[in-house]
Design a protein around this ligand. Sequence first.
Ligand code: SF4
Length: 220
Amino acid sequence: MKKNQKNSEIILSKLNKLYTVESFLNFNNPWELLIATVLSAQCTDKRVNIVTPELFKFIPTPKKASAESAQTIEPYIKSVNYYHTKADNIHKNGIIIEEEFNSCVPEKMEDLLKLKGVGRKTANVVLSQAFKKNEGIAVDTHVLRVSQRTGLSGEAKTPVEIEKKLMELLPRSEWDDSSILLIKHGRIICKARNPNCDKCEIKMYCKYYKNLKIKRITIK
Ligand code: SF4
């Protein structure tokens, strides 16, 4: 077994003991998860979960979203970043799903990518959490940062490259949980500005921490 693979196993098993694996967004069906995930781009999950109960009542189905205009959706999501564009995307997704997918949120990556405001990250979230399909790994800003700092993603830089690296490294059955665990670690300990390395349970396996220790020793 390669060293990086062994490291990844240890890191993931340690994170598994620290955090529970559950969705950050509230939803009852694939359509609601799709909307919530589209809204969560550049916005906190907490904010999204505040606005979605009323929004879901207003547009409970793709058909209803297609029949409403973006302008009538906007007031429900006004406190969400980029609400204007997102309301338009939700309305248009209602139309696309009605016309091309028989009123059902599609279950294939290539089809999900035809929707507005949906990239690989959103598609991976919908596939794994709504349909229990592991077709990839959702790489958001936290997954990207933790993967790079720990060294899990090697020299990969872009979300697509990092996703590919992680997919090579981790067993397919763990792709969806891994994403959630890395996000939690990024939010709680491995923060963007001040990673709390001294309190981090995976520091002994982290490239960033090892380099930090070398720097401290050199300065002394
Ligand atoms: S040791 Fe520091 S940089 Fe590495 S994962 Fe932990 S908090 Fe992040």
